[in-house]
Design a protein around this ligand. Structure first.
Ligand SMILES: [Zn+2]
Length: 91
């Protein structure tokens, strides 16, 4: 029970690392509210993730499969737009 919870927390951290990497790669951007937005070009992020993992920068990941899975989850979590931003535009 406790272990599963720890794994969940670890996974959330890995997805956050991949979200930040995707922002650096230009595949995502963060709006002023900190919401990650999918810019619909995932390739640069996957290329950067593979490169950084091979260079030993992503040592918190067990293998490249985990890197890709976390990056995919990061894209799944990212929205097309931020609801708070949309609200400001609509007003
Ligand atoms: Zn926003």
């Amino acid at each position: 029970m406790g272990r599963a919870k720890d794994e969940g927390i670890r996974w959330d951290g890995l997805v956050e690392v991949m979200t930040n990497l995707a922002v650096r790669a230009g595949s995502m951007e963060r709006c002023p509210h900190g919401t990650a937005l999918d810019l619909l070009d995932n390739e640069p992020a996957f290329a950067l993730a593979a490169e950084e993992f091979e260079n030993g920068k992503l040592s918190e990941f067990r293998d490249l499969g985990e890197v890709k899975a976390a990056l995919k989850a990061a894209f799944d979590n990212a929205g097309d737009e931020c609801t708070a931003c949309q609200k400001i535009k609509d007003e």
